[in-house]
Design a protein around this ligand. Structure first.
Ligand code: ATR
Length: 266
């Protein structure tokens, strides 16, 4: 039997880069792994994970739209999964139980740190109040920024998310009246090639902008930021690879060279 029989569960799943990323990590250690993509329909996550486990599966990633469902599959949860109220990594313990973890936020933090972005004492704005935003607030807080402010098109969602994490809240209409060192786009707007109804003055004192989305082309959000004088921009490809590296570490206790794999994907 292989030591690591892994899979990512989601819908859609066809375009997931996770098998390629984890195979590259494993190659760095001459480790033999199997990493599958498993398409899950509607409410079938428990069934799909159970079948996988029955045939030897012992580690998994969970992606959209099942990260909340995966909470219920977990016998135990890491602190960061509890805070995120979402699980993207299942780690086997006691032979047949799952520890649910969430590596998305640490993936974002580690990608920024690797790009020499200082988070300590910085004013951070997070745009969006969905799952992507929820997953990163706690790991960002651990880096001791001077403030985190959450804004969202639907204001009351940002307000309740901010309250939950004890961070600041501001509306789209008001957001440009404060200054930020770092702005993170955690909305799905770039995916849909939409722009945000925010005043461009939001970028006035901003040195670094991060879009959690990625693609072959620059996202509309990053282009907009650049056109408004932001010196340094990044898409979310690094976050994807760093979150994978943290999952890989949780399964294997091995720390892969992430930069090599980011270069490979680029
Ligand atoms: P995810 O789990 O990926 O965060 P989600 O829960 O559907 O996905 O949330 C998507 C986020 O993108 C929301 O914050 C959404 O704003 P609303 O709550 O107002 O819907 C935001 N979003 C998507 N398209 C947007 C757009 N064109 N302009 C502003 N915000 C947008």
């Amino acid at each position: 039997m292989l030591a690591y029989q892994l899979a990512v569960f989601g819908n859609p799943i066809e375009h997931s880069l996770s098998p390629e990323i984890h195979t590259k990590f494993a190659e760095q250690f001459n480790l033999q792994i199997v990493y599958e993509k498993i398409l899950v329909i509607e409410n079938d996550l428990p069934k799909a994970v159970n079948e996988f486990q029955q045939r030897g599966g012992n580690g998994a990633n969970i992606t959209v739209p099942f990260k909340e469902d995966a909470l219920n599959l977990s016998s135990e949860l890491s602190e960061r999964a509890q805070k995120a109220k979402a699980v993207n990594t299942l780690i086997m313990f006691n032979q047949n139980q799952w520890l649910g973890d969430n590596t998305d936020g640490i993936g974002l933090v580690n990608d920024m740190l690797s790009q020499h972005i200082v988070l300590e004492n910085k004013k951070i704005l997070i745009i969006g109040a969905g799952g992507a935003s929820r997953g990163v607030i706690f790991p960002l807080l651990l880096e001791n920024p001077s403030s985190i402010t959450v804004t969202n098109r639907t204001a009351n969602k940002a307000e309740s998310l901010a309250k939950e994490f004890g961070v600041d809240f501001i509306t789209f209409d008001e957001v440009h009246n404060k200054s930020y060192d770092i702005i993170i786009n955690a909305t799905s707007s770039s995916l849909k090639k939409e722009t945000l109804a925010i005043d461009s003055r939001v970028f006035n004192s901003c040195q670094f902008v991060y879009d959690m989305m990625y693609g072959k082309e620059e996202t509309p959000f990053l282009t907009w930021a650049k056109n408004n004088g932001v010196a340094k921009i990044s898409n979310g490809l690094g976050m994807l690879v760093y979150q994978a590296a943290e999952s890989f570490f949780q399964w294997t206790q091995l720390k892969p060279d992430v930069k090599l794999v980011i270069q490979h994907l680029r």
